[in-house]
Design a protein around this ligand. Structure first.
Ligand SMILES: C[S@@+](CC[C@H](N)C(=O)[O-])C[C@H]1O[C@@H](n2cnc3c(N)ncnc32)[C@H](O)[C@@H]1O
Ligand code: SF4
Length: 361
């Protein structure tokens, strides 16, 4: 039996509203701010009717969509509801925000409610890149949002995207964010997702995209730049100054239980994983209905633990890999051993999916 309901858990809350959809994004978010009231009523209903089997909550993450797009009273209201429902013993509470909707009054409301970490969707500080991505903000807005955020929060993270811009442009962005005092950066390579404007243009051969090798080179360049400025790579896409690892996300990678509230959110409680409905009308009409539910076997769980742990620089116990000598022989240049742990090195992270497929076949 893997259920251990005395364990601490994390909470993810999905806020599915954005001012408009970016050209590359297939996350569940909609430009329907006028439906906020309806959505938050459904969200509160879901929270109130959830059986709080894992009572103690140590991390909270409000993501999206764009949580900063909606009126802050909705966010504070849900945060307080969670605080009443569960025992909060928080070590981290993060909220995602986009540059164009960051205001001092919102930041003050988040901070007063109990958030202590802000994750900003900067993506780039080049106006050309932001325009290409279809972002609402420009580079000046991003710079001013980072500055304002740092007046309220010590723990600020920024997302940046590699889309084929020049290495100089990436270096300038990273240097700017580092000099501003940003402690954590998430760095993603552009993925072309079905159902997005970029996908349609890609199918019609109507978009100039970098090759996989070009993106990989840019990523290697970004990694070196980040490391030179004192950011440690502690997960495939995540870098931070010492002590600023994202605790909530680390929870996912060590397979800690979590509740996911809101449209399309997933939960992992004991040996059950379930997901909420992802269509807006369906979620608001019945926020307790699940889109899927699976009961995981012991072997599923062991496999997931290894796959998730290999995303991080902490890795797994070295026996997990060394006891597969053929596999280890083939990939030994992609691993790094320290003490009793083994983890992927930067070269290994680059081909992580291939390595994982081989490991479990
Ligand atoms: C879904 S967004 C939510 C946060 C916020 N709305 C924003 O735009 O930054 C989380 C992050 O995922 C990344 N992302 C979303 N779609 C992506 C894609 N197709 N390829 C690479 N990164 C992507 C972006 O960097 C974004 O910051
Ligand atoms: S990337 Fe962020 S802002 Fe853009 S559509 Fe997706 S969730 Fe919304």
């Amino acid at each position: 039996m893997t259920n251990n309901f005395t364990e601490r858990a994390g909470i993810y809350v999905h806020i599915p509203f954005c001012k408009r959809k970016c050209n590359y994004c297939d996350f569940k978010s909609f430009p329907y701010p006028e439906r906020s009231e309806e959505y938050f009523n459904a969200l509160k209903k879901e929270i109130l009717n959830t059986d709080a089997v894992c009572k103690t909550i140590d991390t909270v993450y409000f993501g999206g969509g764009t949580p900063s797009f909606v009126d802050e009273r909705y966010i504070v209201d849900v945060f307080n509801l969670l605080r009443n429902k569960f025992d909060f013993d928080l070590s981290e509470a993060t909220i995602e925000a986009n540059p164009e909707s960051i205001t001092k009054s919102k930041l003050l409301a988040y901070k007063s409610a109990g958030f202590d970490r802000l994750s900003i969707g900067v993506q780039s500080l080049s106006d050309d890149v932001l325009k290409f991505l279809g972002r609402v903000h420009d580079s000046d807005m991003a710079k001013s949002a980072v500055k304002t955020a740092l007046e309220f929060f010590d723990n600020v993270s920024c997302d940046i995207m590699l889309v084929g811009q020049s290495a100089e442009s990436v270096a300038k962005d990273i240097e700017y964010l580092s000099a501003s005092g940003v402690k954590h950066l998430s760095c993603y390579m552009l993925q072309i997702e079905e159902g997005t404007p970029f996908y349609d243009r890609y199918i019609k051969n109507d978009i100039k995209l970098p090759t996989d090798d070009e993106l990989a080179d840019l990523f290697s360049f970004a990694i070196a730049k980040l490391k030179s400025l004192g950011y440690k790579r502690y997960e495939v896409s995540n870098f931070c100054k010492r002590g600023y690892e994202a605790k909530h996300n680390l929870g996912y990678w060590v397979r800690k239980p979590y509740y996911g509230f809101g449209l399309s959110a997933h939960s992992l409680i004991g040996n059950e994983r379930y997901g909420n409905q992802s269509a807006f009308d369906e979620y608001v009409s019945d926020p307790l209905k699940r889109e899927f539910k699976e009961v995981l076997s012991e072997s599923d769980i062991e496999l997931e633990k290894i796959m998730l742990a290999l995303r991080t620089s902490h890795g797994v116990l070295k026996e997990e890999i060394l006891n597969k000598p053929d596999f280890y022989d083939k990939y030994k240049n992609y691993f790094y051993i320290k003490g009793d742990r083994i983890s992927l090195n930067d070269k290994g992270f680059m081909i992580m999916n291939k390595i994982l497929v081989d490991l479990f076949q």
